[in-house]
Write a protein that binds this ligand. Structure first.
Ligand code: RIB
Ligand code: CA
Length: 305
């Protein structure tokens, strides 16, 4: 599967990218970066580092530094650490981002791989919305847009009703939903039902000393956030679940609902199920085989160096 990951790395973004790099059925064409867990500058540096760690020769295109309409928000340093990888110090990549902006790169790749390209957005979905605005054919050129976002039938994680990625750019998600593209939401409805624990990260380090070791060190701070703030032992398998949903939708229970995102006010970022002609149809992951999704993540990630 030809895949582009749009990302704000981020600990679970790193898990998703290193998974995708190792998954034999994924042809990872490139990464695009976006603000969110960190600034877009830090996201771009982290994405370049991950690409180099994985030994991939793929482009990284820098994207949006803020959302479409909401004033700049502070990155989630308390969740992912100031540099994005917990308390692992920042490391400078050798390479640079390409000159093309993320939205332009997405448009070009969707034209080049018409009906083949899947875009997996695991941060605020601003770049994808910009690509839709840039090219009226983008939504039909892409095969599918799978996003980590939303909390449709469950509580939010950044506010009581909103998931972080949708909260950071609700207008962008409404543009994506309205575009007519085939959109799948992999939200907290499933990702909080699949936890990765300290033991899982130790297991990854044992089997894949380089990548697993990096993830174990990076996850330390992240797991601490889940323990002290959320009150659970383990982190949600957010971004990796979205990547797995791209290639293995059969592992998920997907319902079609008309969805609209609340754009402002106390419920900003809430993914609402609409009746009648309100909202736009999207596939919503509401459950699935959690054990198999996690087993797949572990099995493939263990094959990393
Ligand atoms: O709500 C979880 C999402 O927010 C994940 O994409 C995580 O990386 C953060 O961006
Ligand atoms: Ca993310």
């Amino acid at each position: 599967m030809k895949l582009i990951i749009d990302t704000d790395p981020g600990v679970d973004d790193a898990m998703a990218i290193l998974y995708a790099a190792a998954a034999p059925e994924i042809d990872l064409l490139g990464l695009t970066t976006v603000f969110g867990n960190v600034t877009v500058e830090t996201a771009t540096r982290n994405a370049l580092r991950l690409v180099e760690m994985a030994g991939l020769k793929i482009p990284v295109a820098r994207g949006a530094k803020g959302s479409m309409q909401i004033p700049m928000m502070t990155p989630s340093a308390h969740v992912h650490g100031a540099e994005g990888f917990g308390d692992v110090p920042a490391a400078e990549p050798e390479g640079n981002a390409i000159d093309e902006q993320a939205a332009e790169y997405l448009v070009r790749m969707a034209r080049q791989h018409r009906n083949e390209l899947v875009v997996c957005a695991i941060g605020p979905i601003t770049n994808v919305a910009q690509a839709i605005q840039l090219d009226p054919d983008f939504a039909t050129n892409v095969k599918k847009i799978v996003l980590m976002g939303g909390a449709v039938f469950v509580p939010g994680n950044i506010t009581p009703v909103a998931e972080a990625n949708t909260y950071h750019d609700p207008h962008a998600l409404n543009i994506v939903l309205a575009s007519g593209a085939d959109v799948i939401l992999v939200g907290l409805d499933v990702t909080m039902k699949i936890l990765c624990t300290a033991d899982d990260f130790r297991d990854l380090e044992h089997h894949a000393p380089e990548f697993g070791g990096f993830l174990r060190r990076a996850s330390h701070f992240y797991l601490d956030f889940y323990r002290t703030v959320v009150g659970i032992e383990g982190c949600g398998l957010h971004d990796p679940a979205a990547v797995i949903a791209c290639t293995h939708p059969e592992l998920f229970a997907i319902e079609t609902h008309r969805i609209e995102v609340v754009e402002d006010g106390a419920e900003k970022g809430r993914t609402l199920v609409c009746q009648g002609q309100q909202g736009f149809p999207a596939g919503v992951c509401v459950g699935g085989n959690m054990d198999q999704i996690k087993a797949r993540f572990m099995e493939i990630s263990r094959t990393n160096p």
